[in-house]
Design a protein around this ligand. Structure first.
Ligand SMILES: Cc1ncc(COP(=O)(O)O)c(C=O)c1O
Length: 388
């Protein structure tokens, strides 16, 4: 038993970002400012896109992406049945209708064949998720979108480091959105970034993110002197603060180092769990790069314990886990509104009932990884007795 609880998804916060936040505090420039602009530039360089618009969450970024693409009432947007609720909510808040498609049982991602069956004359876009950091098969999805004249938004909340056939995720569709929420691989506490190569999408998203004020209104109180602005659209308060960007600009500098550490842990888990009655993540396609955000085990009927017993067993051993996610049709708000039934999305439902995510933070020490492995083996190999 561990002395301290291993919290799931704990970020690595270094002295550099602590000092940078302190400098922002001392300079008393807390809100949107030069650090946000610097962070946008660093992310655009890393993701190899022309434009990046910082926002206060991926959820906000997804909402603005839908609006910037002109999606609204009467439009249908195809979304995966296995994702976080924010993906679906963004479409609904834009006034469009989400149309669920089941995911692949192995990759947890949507594929073009299943999407094709959901296309109607009202379909305007596909909002896809690179689940756990594994890129979707973008060639076939892009070909399908081209065939039907659909737009593509990539929900890259899990996929900062992911690449599909040498293309960076988020830069393959019309736009993509990153998350810097505290459990993600680059964090700002709360935060997100819209990526696009389309100047119009970027400009509209930027204006909508700050009340609908004309470009660069954030500079109105800077040492350049006061500047008037105009409200050119009815927008939102979705801008990122310099305090958040102060963390992000150092986090992005360590993004590859962190990925390599997670890669080591991923391989250790893969080796350690090979003989257990639990399904490990599907092998990674050699032509793509997985962001390695979530290491999931599927604890299904072949295991001697239920998924929830497994979670309890690890918790009793001082190991925190996550569930990403229960399938979208399980949630009452959507059931009531759209009449979605879990049985109609069998793969998403089966994943949602069996999945559990293990700690995979780059900040794990070797002893932490050993503790996780030991706990998983005890609980799974020992059956119900292992729960003690
Ligand atoms: C797939 C997916 N999309 C969107 C989000 C929302 O991200 P944020 O918390 O930055 O709004 C999350 C958050 O976990 C997510 O997992």
């Amino acid at each position: 038993m561990r002395d301290n609880y291993l919290v799931f998804g704990q970020p690595v916060i270094a002295e550099a970002e602590i000092e940078e936040v302190a400098m922002s505090m001392r300079a008393a420039w807390l809100g949107t400012g030069p650090k946000v602009a610097a962070f946008e530039k660093l992310i655009a360089e890393y993701k190899n896109v022309k434009y990046s618009v910082a926002v206060n969450s991926c959820t906000a970024g997804l909402h603005l992406s839908c609006l910037a693409l002109g999606l609204g009432p009467g439009d249908e947007v195809i979304v995966p049945a296995m994702t976080f609720c924010a993906t679906i909510n963004a479409v609904i808040h834009a006034g469009a209708t989400p149309i669920l498609v089941d995911v692949d049982a192995d990759t947890f991602n949507i594929n073009a064949e299943d999407v094709r069956e959901k296309i109607s004359p009202r379909t305007k876009a596909i909002l896809l998720v690179h689940f756990a950091g594994r890129p979707c098969r973008m060639d076939s999805l892009k070909a399908l979108a081209h065939e039907y004249g659909l737009r593509i938004i990539e929900d890259c909340a899990h996929a900062i480091e992911a690449e599909y056939h040498d293309q960076k995720t988020g830069a393959i569709g019309d736009c993509g959105v990153l998350s810097f929420y505290s459990t993600k691989t680059v964090v700002t506490g709360e935060g997100g970034m819209i990526l696009t190569n389309d100047a119009d999408i970027a400009a509209r998203a930027k204006i909508l993110a700050l009340h609908g004020m004309s470009q660069d209104a954030w500079k109105r109180f800077s040492d350049d002197g006061y500047k008037h602005y105009e409200v050119v659209e009815v927008g939102f308060k979705y801008n990122m603060m310099d305090l958040q960007a102060a963390i992000g600009i150092h986090q992005i500098g360590r993004v590859e180092q962190s990925w390599r550490r997670r890669s080591e842990i991923w391989e250790q888990y893969n080796r350690a769990f090979a003989d257990l009655p639990a399904r490990r993540p599907a092998p990674i396609c050699s032509k793509s790069r997985h962001a390695l955000h979530l290491y999931t085990l599927l604890i299904d009927e072949k295991a001697p314990v239920t998924r929830d017993q497994f979670i309890t067993g690890l918790h009793r051993r001082g190991i925190g886990t996550g569930v990403h996610y229960r399938a979208i049709p399980m949630h009452p708000a959507y059931k009531q509104r759209f009449g979605w039934e879990p049985a109609d999305y069998p793969n998403a439902n089966a994943i949602g009932e069996a999945t559990v995510s293990l700690p995979l933070s780059a900040g794990l020490f070797d002893e932490d990884v050993e503790d996780v492995i030991r706990a998983v083996r005890e609980v799974l190999a020992g059956g119900p007795e292992g729960l003690a």
